[in-house]
Design a protein around this ligand. Sequence first.
Ligand SMILES: *Cc1c(COP(=O)(O)O)cnc(C)c1O
Length: 459
Amino acid sequence: MSSEFRRLPSVDRLLADRRIKRLSQTCSHTLLVDLVRKQLEDARRAIKAGGPCPAIDEIVAAVSAQLNFLESPSLHPVVNATGVILHTNLGRALLSQEAISAMDAVASGYCNLEYDLNSGRRGSRQVHVEPILCQLTGAEAALVVNNNAAGVLLALTALAKRKEVIVSRGQAVEIGGSFRIPDVMRQSGAKLIEVGTTNCTYITDYEEALSPRTAALMRVHASNFRQIGFIHEASLEELIDLGKCRSVPVFDDLGSGCFLDTAAFGLDPEPMVPQSVSAGAALTLFSGDKLVGGPQAGIIVGRPEYVAKLRRHPLARAVRIDKIRLAGMVATLIHYLKGEALTKIPVWRMISTPITEIDRRAHLWAQALGSRAKVIDGETMVGGGSLPGGTLPTKLVTIGGQSKSPGRAQSLAQKLRLQKVPVIGRINEDILLLDPRTVLPEEDKIVLGALRGLAAGLK
Ligand SMILES: *Cc1c(COP(=O)(O)O)cnc(C)c1O
């Protein structure tokens, strides 16, 4: 055994190897020494476990592979052909060209993020976005933070800590990714008072729960599920009337929130931000990267006295938005001011693409696959915590002759995922489906290449 140890090359011997020397051109010396040491440690462990000493070639190859692994980012673009527009695991909303340019500009140079050009003094980053949000929503004040989860936490911490917040039992929901209303409430130090039942909550339930400790009534949009049958929730208007009578503010967590009417596209109506504001919510909270179609952000609009308290709270600093996403958010919101959201913001471009156009592209994709492909009717989901029930009609490309074998659909899906630019489809009842609606037309050439490759492999 000890002889095996003696056969191990030294660190210096490995560093002098011609192949290792070549690697040093693409990484720092410290990193290379570290990787060599770690490989030698691994080899020593293997020998201790009774194995032979690895050949020097093996050690060199392992160092090279580890370096390659570390230096190739594992986060990279994919094509979303799943038919879920706001796919949280695939990064939610794609950004408009204008948003991308705005982010690029502030990333590559200094900017007047918190600097008043007129006076030459310190300013607030919120001044760049607040007037636009007030104009779009009708609110008198606005604040943008890291994401909507942070917005909700900030609002509850700053305004309801050690007090009570009344929420319908049907709205004490989990949004996914461990965001649960009862947990966020606990974290904020506010006491959740659940009222009503899972399916039915009436305004009288809120009324009976009001106490001198009540800090707010809160409505949470059930973003990712839908109840049917014998159900009732108090309306926002009822909550606001009750709140007014008893001088208690209403917080409205819309989840997605939007500025355009989804019903115009045959979808369920998703709550619109201006309606929440005009109904009289003290604070309306929503995401930047759901139906708004911007970068990750949490947007809070509402009455100035409440927004001011959030702005002053120490947690505001911990959840503040960075300059890059702020620039992207502003550029995205400007599309709504200009009335060009449908043509410029990818989420809305996807929602509004006519079925004839989807059909044309689906046939193009099917052609690349050859005779096995079929184009069938299907549905696109909006997803991402919005419109749980609503879908858009679409055309899906399937690979025929799959004979509903689970292994086969999985293996085709995996082949597409392992392309240079991965193409992600969805599997339904053991059939692989690809939806052109969630793929930008500019990405068609990537999909066509992947499908041709797949077809060649099937021959
Ligand atoms: C999505 C969602 C959140 C969380 O928003 P993020 O921007 O993902 O942090 C909070 N509340 C509701 C109702 C949601 O749908």
